[in-house]
Design a protein around this ligand. Structure first.
Ligand SMILES: *Cc1c(COP(=O)(O)O)cnc(C)c1O
Length: 363
């Protein structure tokens, strides 16, 4: 063993598998595998992005002052307590890096976002899985999994890959049941798809509680996935810890400006939310009609639906057959969902198309 060796816990990490964007044959495909906004991004964000082509030689604002002010104004937060990163993925790594290490435990739900496991293992901590309740977050199971060694609980709400949603009273109960030394990370990547009355109370907890961090992203409803802009809100102490380990220039200039403009694109956000509600409802109704073929949609509050296959046609067969017909969806055997396909709600044409293909496949 003369060659340098990576830490043992690093080699135990299963590499992240992104949603595919090309088919096996290389033929053009409809990509419904990464929960991107089918309407693209707002004209405001696009204009802000192209306006910064003259700034390529300069480093971006390391303090992201304009972006932090805009986020704080939009959500009535303290700009000094907004952390930002290369996607919210980076924020998830920062919180793990600041609060967990070898010997510590980090809890996630059984069907959780894949980055939590990577962020946990990266720092040498131990991942603890809390059982689900029919694919949904089970607060009692999470609380039962807490030990003296627990440092972080990761909960995405709505959750990915299940789409399930825990209402405000459940999130409040989860927080109330956690010991104060445990950091509750509420990943709200899909929060903008909820109606205001469906707010899970996470930001209010983050405003007032030392052990709550909320994360958000510009990758989903704002349609800026290519620019990698995420943010988080927590106590001044937690934010100060994360700043010490983040990449100094983590958010590009054009990305910061596009994100600021995106926050102001209220019409685009509302139209995206409405489009998603209409076509998710239609999608669910159509899946219900395929119940006799063993298909079932897990109730979703996000911009995708997890479809379970318990009939003659398996999820794997359907995944491959959809690919042949030009639709890439997400099959997640690596996350314990060998019987499920996660399908992003696309444009009307894409959504009708993937459903027609599914009907053919299970007929
Ligand atoms: C998409 C997603 C994110 C992060 O996306 P970024 O592009 O890194 O901001 C975080 N959490 C969940 C649950 C997601 O689905």
């Amino acid at each position: 063993m003369n060659a340098p060796q990576p830490k043992s816990w690093i080699m135990d990490i299963a590499p992240y598998v992104p949603g595919r964007s090309t088919s096996d044959s290389g033929a053009p495909v409809v990509k419904l595998s990464s929960n991107e906004n089918p309407l693209g991004t707002s004209p405001q964000a696009e204009a802000a992005f192209v306006a910064h082509v003259g700034d390529l030689a300069r480093y971006p604002d390391a303090g992201a002052a304009v972006l932090r002010e805009a986020i704080a104004a939009h959500h009535e937060l303290d700009p000094a307590r907004v952390i930002y990163g290369t996607g919210s993925d980076e924020i998830l790594h920062l919180i793990a890096g600041a609060y967990a290490g070898p010997g510590d435990e980090v809890i996630q739900v059984r069907y959780g976002f894949a980055v939590y496991e990577i962020a946990t293992r990266r720092v040498g901590a131990t991942l603890v899985i809390a059982d689900d309740r029919d694919h949904a977050t089970d607060v009692d199971a999470i609380l039962a999994a807490v030990t003296d060694r627990t440092r972080i609980v990761f909960v995405a709400n709505p959750n990915n890959p299940t789409g399930t949603y825990a209402p405000a009273r459940e999130i409040a109960r989860l927080h109330a049941g956690l010991p104060p030394h445990v950091m509750l990370v509420l990943d709200q990547a899909y929060a903008e798809y909820l109606l205001p009355e469906e707010d899970d109370g996470g930001l209010e907890l983050a405003r007032t509680q030392a052990n709550v961090l909320v994360t958000r992203t510009f990758s989903k409803i704002h349609g800026l996935a290519a620019e990698r802009i995420g943010w988080g809100y927590g106590s001044a102490h937690a934010i100060a810890a994360m700043h010490r380990i983040r990449a100094p220039f983590c958010c590009t200039t054009a990305g910061q400006e596009a994100a600021v403009a995106a926050l102001g694109a209220a019409d685009f956000i509302a139209a995206s939310r409405e489009h998603n509600r209409v076509w998710r409802a239609w999608f669910n109704d159509e899946i219900a009609k395929l119940g006799n073929a063993g298909l079932r949609a897990v109730p979703s509050a996000a911009n995708f639906v997890l479809v379970l296959f318990d009939g003659a046609v398996s999820a794997e067969t359907a995944y491959k057959a959809l690919m042949e017909r030009g639709y890439i969806v997400r099959w997640l055997p690596g996350q314990g969902l060998g019987n499920g396909l996660r399908i992003t709600i696309g444009t009307e044409k894409e959504t009708r198309g993937v459903m027609a293909a599914l009907r053919e496949i299970v007929a």
